[in-house]
Design a protein around this ligand. Structure first.
Ligand code: ZN
Ligand code: ZN
Length: 221
């Protein structure tokens, strides 16, 4: 039996992936990224490279010197591409719309989700994570817009089943959508079945303040 690979078009932004590899993200964001990684070979390979670079930088950096030029970062990445990536995130389990990292939180069965109605046939279930960011499963019926939708900060959405479209494009299974407080959009679930997704928002902390100074040389901020 083979598992259908999702046709992923939207990936994790590089800076977020680096912060994830450095273990610098709140639990809820890490959950969203790990969920995407379990479905996406491309981002998983990139994350494994960053894991290795982060470790190498930490080991090699002389005390007090916290800079790494983009040239040397590129050289390190090139060197690492030749080496065998190690297994970091388990691939998705077949026959569940909840990939391994997410299944650890919500189980594998859609029938076991304890939904709460949030209007217009939409439902949600809040996932228990550390309080610096919040994660929830959303169930949006076909043709319905995403309700209760404010952008107080950075938002990550991983599509698990179905699809939605908004001003920025179409998002299907495995895709990850990134939005900040600049983004004004009105996602609508496609026809043909509900859109089920994992949505993560930061509250009350602003995401940018969480990235430690250590990452600034990588991120150029
Ligand atoms: Zn990806
Ligand atoms: Zn949004």
């Amino acid at each position: 039996m083979t598992t259908m690979k999702p046709d992923i078009k939207h990936h994790v932004p590089d800076d977020l992936l680096m912060a994830y590899s450095a273990g610098a993200l709140p639990e809820a964001y890490s959950l969203a990224i790990a969920t995407h990684l379990s479905l996406c070979d491309t981002c998983r390979a990139a994350a494994e490279s960053y894991d290795a670079v982060g470790g190498a930088v930490l080991e090699d950096a002389p005390e007090g010197a916290a800079t790494m030029s983009m040239d040397s970062l590129a050289q390190t990445l090139a060197r690492l591409k030749a080496s065998e990536p190690r297994e970091a995130v388990r691939p998705a389990r077949p026959r569940s719309i909840f990939p391994g990292p997410l299944a650890d939180y919500v189980g594998t069965s859609l029938d076991d989700i304890r939904w709460r109605p949030i209007g217009m046939g939409a439902k949600q279930m809040v996932i228990r994570t550390s309080p610096t960011a919040s994660a929830r499963l959303l169930y949006i019926p076909s043709g319905v817009g995403v309700p209760d939708h404010t952008h107080g900060g950075k938002e990550l959405t991983v599509i698990l089943d179905g699809a939605y479209s908004d001003e920025t494009g179409r998002y299907g299974p495995g895709d990850i959508a990134y939005g900040d407080d600049e983004l004004h959009h009105a996602p609508i679930a496609e026809d043909g079945g509900p859109c089920i997704c994992l949505a993560v928002t930061d509250a009350p902390l602003r995401f940018k303040t969480i990235i430690p100074r250590l990452l600034q040389p990588f991120l150029g901020i």
